[in-house]
Design a protein. Structure first.
Length: 754
């Protein structure tokens, strides 16, 4: 499980009560130490705990015992703390015997070890090892796996959390009892982990050996003689052969194989050619479907296999599952993907616009030079390359030369700017979607870069197979949260509590349903399951189109008001237009990058124009894929555009409805396979349908804002509008600025639910 650690992660075993419970409690004198590493910090925290213990109270018995144990541990009352933890365990066991293990079990083990150390005078390492061995082997595989992941909490994160908490008290000379309890929990987490942290790796490894059989040396031959490297983890001595879950990925994911085994499956992780122990040439996207089929066939023949395989993955691993689905092998029974790469659709280009990140990824994935590997994770190196190339004005094909590392794979990709046969061979195409015939789960997010690929697979599968067993889950997530824990705050946006779902467990529940006959997860009640941001609720629909039952058509106005033009429900009676000019040679914006925050006080429009509606008279749910019609003239034969939508709250904030921007090359907007150039100087119409989805309850009094812009930035291919191969164009082709007239017949069509 790829876990994201948050500041409040370890304040989970028990927190201060509600503000009402503490309203009349007197504050305690408290002056925080200068830093976590101050030698006097333990004594200061112990003194605070000792003074709080006699007066601490809480009407919630579970919370009282949890917080009491924390105070006792910090105060050094280890025997009493162990008794409090035991009482809490008994209460929870009686309340719900089926309750899953909680992170607080770590403090059960720690308190027992500290009490044993004090009473028997044995070294802490010996006491902790005994406590671990007394407790952990009795856990189920899944509970033990969860405990192992919690033990992996990085100590620097806990240290930083404590330092922040101390700094927040710096200007005060007293502390409320509620804040004191939270501070003591933060200190306890840091103090406990630095004490037992060095011991857990060996203990966890020994426990794993007792539970699982692992093989890191698997090599599987493909039909064309290549070798695929794989790792395997399976439960020891199962009663019968088991289904297997397979991930095909560049990532070092043995831990994912163990996670599968902890859920009662055989976990297999296979790596593309040239990775792991394979010495073959790395060929991103080209052979993975065939190679993964060979892995599936191998799995089905093993004595521990019941002949059924499910595939899962994020990013490249999700692509591999879809590549296999182009021709489904008999043993493949289900696939579950998120942030799925779709070659030719959202990588290496989006909307047929190539992205510099594709050069970086392909170079790092295929090059073993030390100089390249050393820079692969250094964002500053690649940001500097973007700006260097951008300022140079060179052809996009010269990006590799600018970096000093030519990349044949990237050049090969540039030779296929259309969605031609080269890309079509990699994943299902058109009618091939109709023959997939197995259950599919897709999870994505309104703020995930991979959403475009996810929606492509979902919509194409649903289009060509009206009875496709394909379930979509979408909410306010980005790529990182799809791969790890969902944080309550995403890039400044407060995520609805309903959206805080354990997507990893949801995936296993779905596999249990498909492969073991378990009940379907309650969240998955229809083909499309989506969280309505702002409404704090999940809705369900039979299709993307069914998410809305009406539309809001907004036409472009031409009278500037402040920094925005109007969006109006009435089509203008008189012909008028908004004029836009973009210099394609200006490089003063080389350092510009789009903001990452989802909420902002103002909008800085880059090479674009802003349109804003009148205030909404009632709350309005926007759900689905927006579309539109652009009526315009332009002095070029092509252009790259991007569109962003915002809710402009009455109090002033702008909330992004999706991210990243929806962007597309005009000459491919209607047909990604064949290029249709624009007519320079001629009034023409371009219809589009977004590849970005959103769902949000807009408040009464809010305005809908659209930013329509020309894409010209350092990390993208630049379309100078000559109509030639864009990768061959240079700044010399952009001497004449791009001039556009957006006529009032243009509109954007927003799907809404009444």
């Amino acid at each position: 499980m790829r876990t994201a650690w948050t500041a409040s992660f370890w304040l989970c075993a028990g927190l201060a009560g509600s503000s009402l419970a503490w309203a009349s409690a007197p504050e305690l004198d408290f002056r925080p130490p200068a830093s976590v590493s101050d030698p006097g910090t333990p004594a200061v925290m112990r003194d605070l705990a000792e003074r709080l213990l006699p007066v601490y109270q809480d009407l919630d018995s579970d919370r009282y015992l949890a917080n009491l144990s924390a105070l006792q541990l910090v105060a050094g009352n280890y025997a009493a703390a162990s008794e409090s933890r035991q009482a809490l365990r008994e209460r929870r066991r009686r309340a719900d015997a089926s309750r899953p293990i909680s992170r607080s079990v770590i403090y059960d083990i720690y308190a027992f070890a500290k009490a044993n150390e004090t009473e028997t005078k044995v070294p802490f390492a010996q006491a902790f090892s005994k406590a671990y061995r007394d407790f952990v082997p009795r856990l189920s595989d899944l509970d033990a796996y969860s405990l192992t992941k919690w033990f992996e909490t990085p100590l620097p994160v806990l240290r930083e959390n404590l330092q922040k908490s101390l700094d927040q008290q710096r200007a005060k000379d007293s502390i409320s009892q509620s804040d004191a309890v939270q501070l003591l929990w933060t200190y306890l987490a840091y103090d406990a982990f630095r004490t037992f942290g060095p011991l857990v790796d060996l203990l966890d490894a020994a426990d794993d050996r007792a539970r699982y059989s692992a093989d890191n040396e698997i090599l599987i031959k493909t039909a064309d003689g290549a070798t695929i490297s794989a790792v395997l983890v399976r439960p020891n001595a199962p009663a019968k052969p088991l289904p297997a879950l397979l991930e095909f990925t560049f990532d070092d994911s043995q831990n994912y194989a163990k996670e599968c085994a902890a859920h009662g499956y055989v976990g297999v992780v296979a790596y593309p050619r040239g990775n792991g122990k394979s010495v073959d040439q790395v060929l991103p996207f080209q052979k993975d479907g065939e190679d993964a089929r060979a892995i599936i066939e191998w799995i089905a023949k093993q004595p521990w296999s019941d002949g059924r395989v499910g595939m899962y993955g994020e990013g490249y691993g999700a692509f591999a599952a879809w590549s296999v689905a182009k021709r489904v092998p008999p043993a493949l029974k289900a696939i579950a993907t998120s942030a799925a790469s779709a070659p030719g659709i959202d990588v290496p280009m989006t909307g047929n616009i190539f992205q510099n990140s594709a050069y970086r990824w392909s170079l790092c994935a295929t090059n073993s030079k030390e100089s390249v590997e050393a820079s692969c994770d250094d964002d500053e190196v690649w940001r500097a390359l973007d700006q260097k190339w951008y300022r140079s004005g060179k052809r996009y094909r010269d990006l590799g030369r600018t970096h000093g590392e030519p990349n044949p794979i990237f050049i090969r990709w540039l030779n296929h700017p259309s969605y031609d046969l080269y890309w079509q061979k990699m994943i299902p195409y058109r009618e091939q979607f109709a023959h997939i015939g197995i259950p599919v789960l897709t999870m994505t997010g309104y703020y995930a870069a991979g959403e475009a690929g996810d929606l492509y697979y979902f919509t194409q599968h649903s289009r060509y197979d009206r009875h496709a067993d394909h379930t979509l889950v979408v909410g306010p997530y980005d790529d990182a949260t799809l791969q790890s824990a969902i944080a309550p705050v995403l890039h400044g946006y407060q995520v609805d509590s309903a959206a805080v779902v354990d997507l990893h467990e949801l995936r296993y529940q779905w596999f249990d349903h498909v492969l073991r006959g378990a009940a379907a997860p309650p969240l998955l009640t229809d083909h499309v399951n989506y969280e309505v941001m702002g409404a704090n609720e999940w809705q369900h629909a039979a299709s993307v189109e069914a998410m809305a039952n009406a539309s809001l058509k907004l036409f472009f106005g031409s009278t500037l008001s402040g920094n925005a033009y109007p969006l109006t429900q009435r089509k203008p009676l008189h012909p008028a237009f908004v004029h836009q000019t973009v210099s394609l040679t200006d490089r003063s914006d080389a350092g510009w990058m789009p903001p990452t925050e989802l909420i902002s006080k103002s909008l800085a429009v880059q090479n674009g124009v802003m349109f804003e509606s009148e205030p909404l008279t009632a709350a309005t749910e926007v759900s689905g894929l927006f579309s539109g019609r652009l009526d315009f003239t332009v002095n070029k034969m092509d252009m790259d555009l991007n569109i962003t939508l915002y809710e402009h709250l009455a109090q002033g904030d702008y909330v992004r409805l999706f991210s990243p921007r929806y962007e597309f090359r005009a000459s491919y907007a209607h047909d990604r396979v064949h290029r249709h150039l624009l007519e320079a100087g001629v009034r023409q119409v371009l219809a589009f349908k977004s590849e970005r989805m959103t769902s949000r309850q807009l408040l009464a009094g809010s305005r809908l804002v659209m930013v329509l812009a020309v894409t010209k930035r350092p990390d993208r291919e630049i379309n100078y509008g000559t109509g030639n191969d864009v990768s061959e164009e240079s700044i010399a082709d952009g001497k004449i600025p791009m001039k556009i007239r957006w006529f009032g017949d243009s509109y954007i069509d927003i799907p809404i639910r009444k």
